[in-house]
Design a protein around this ligand. Sequence first.
Ligand code: NOJ
Ligand code: CA
Length: 655
Amino acid sequence: MTANGKKDPLWFKDAIFYELSVRSFYDSNSDGIGDFPGLIQKLDYLEDLGVNALWLLPFYPSPLKDDGFDITEYCDIHPDYGTLKDFKLFLKEAHQRGIRVVTELILNHTSDQHPWFEKSRRARAGSRYKDYYVWSETTEKFKEARVIFSDEESSNWSWDNEAKAYYWHRFYRHQPELNFENPEVQHEIIKVVDFWLKLGVDGFRLSSVAFLFEKEGTSCENLPETHVFLKKLRAHIDKHYEDKILIAEANLWPEDAAAYFGKGEECHMSFNYPLMPRLFLGLRTEDTYPIIDIMEQTPGTAPNTQWALFLRNHDEIGLEMVTEEEKDYLFKAYANDPHTKHNLGIRRRLSPLLNNDRRKMELLYTILFSLPGTPVLYYGDEIGMGDNIYLGDRFGVRTPMQWNMSLNAGFSDANPQKLYLPIITDPVYRYESVNVATHEENPSSLVWWIKNVLAMRSRLNVFGRGDMKFIDSSNAKVLCFVRSYESQRIIVVANLSQFSQATTLNFSGFNDCDITEVFSQNKFKSVEGEEYAITIGPYGYFWFQADASEKKEEAIGSSELQLFKTEVSWEKVFANYHEVRVFERKILQPFMKKCRWFGGKAKIISKMGIHKVIPLRVEGDTYFLTVIEVHYVQRLPDLFPPTPFLIKWSTPRKV
Ligand code: NOJ
Ligand code: CA
């Protein structure tokens, strides 16, 4: 639903996603493993951060040999993380806060302990379960398919003694690939989809979706049959549900990754894998070319689709989609310790990749929040969490979330030796200083910065909805592009260099525009003629608002008081998350700015909301004791009024 409670099939375009693993987030029962009741307790944190969609890593029953990407039961919860009842409560609590929930649909393979595989390996040829998986008497088939987990596996075939045959797997040998040629397998997966969508889940990340089918003489990736299946899956979802989404995980070149959108009738979103390593490349080479080049190679997609943009996730930075030369450079620049290499990629969190340099983190996040697409944050990266490159596989980037400086970083009360993975104790990233509480106490921290940018971004729908055009910059170290949507135009300028730079930007499209820097609301010189000369500090960035002067207020938030129309009573308005958000944005902010007693006017406000409402009946009238919370850029929030007083909004009535 939108902020006003209406259905919105394009909600994902304005979303801010946050990827997390339940087991890493918060442990409510002191067994050393995060769980759903724990996650519920942390939803307020996520809401406050400005996140409105969660992507949950696998939480299904599993032997956890690939962190849950090895399922033994699709329609249940791993007992370590709670029960289905806990999950339903979590979903309800998330939805009440306006947070959508997307889960993993691991459709290409199961665990070798899944009952289907157990049956398949014992089944006789031609019987029902045999064809659930891909069997062969030789390893000579599908020779052109690459081995993805090349550190651990040397072949995509493994011998099964029970079946006396080889089975096909694209990842670990304990993850046999399902046979999508078999209509029954497709049907089983659709049943799984129905199970979770009926519970209220808002969509799925389609894990390893490129590997559903195999065909001799091909790479066995990305085959036309996969797209046929996706169209079928999408049609099923569109027919039976509203506002649900599919996100493709397809680490491919732009054309092939874009193919997962189809013509708007396959996936709603697809991760932009080619862009991600090029952001790191551009930063390290101090050259905008890799970013501009890949964006220009990226085809336009249907209006009902959107790229998912990310810097880091739970896997290594896969370098399959860069040239050999770029790969060598990235390994040299970002992975000089061999422990940081994994398969064909780099297993590191964002902060260690960027040498804990706050300026570089801000710069990459700003680019991420500005390019066309929906940003996806990885848990812990908002506090600059470190990693542990000695843990093996990709566990180094999956350690417990660091909440505070107490035992186990506030993640769990368990004996530290019992934790599913150890807390980060590296001298630079130790949890005593890198944790949510420490960040929240410091308005100059990265978390505060992210909150501010996200709050600002959510007021400018140009980023979620607008189109993009690069702007010529005379200096190749300075990236510049404009995002446009209806009357909003935001020019993004980003200096990829460690030194201050001067550049001249081609502002021919902005003649006579006023230029206002969005965060400070400072006016820069107006545009006269085509050339706009600026200087920009090391790793600096600007969001310039370039709307015609009379439109400017409209883009950032009108100061005109508007009429708030609702069909329900004030009590119901205040009890409904979506109504409250509309009320805050449309009525409260302009109202507060007009109040003489509001001392925050001069500061730069990033967000304003109702902190508490206490209804009081006085002489037959209903009053609401109301406390307003105001967030500023780089300052701690204030409560208004400092000593609560009564605001009589009006007597409850229908309008
Ligand atoms: C994709 C997931 O992102 C990765 O973590 C997993 O290992 C593979 N699929 C295999 O399931
Ligand atoms: Ca637990």
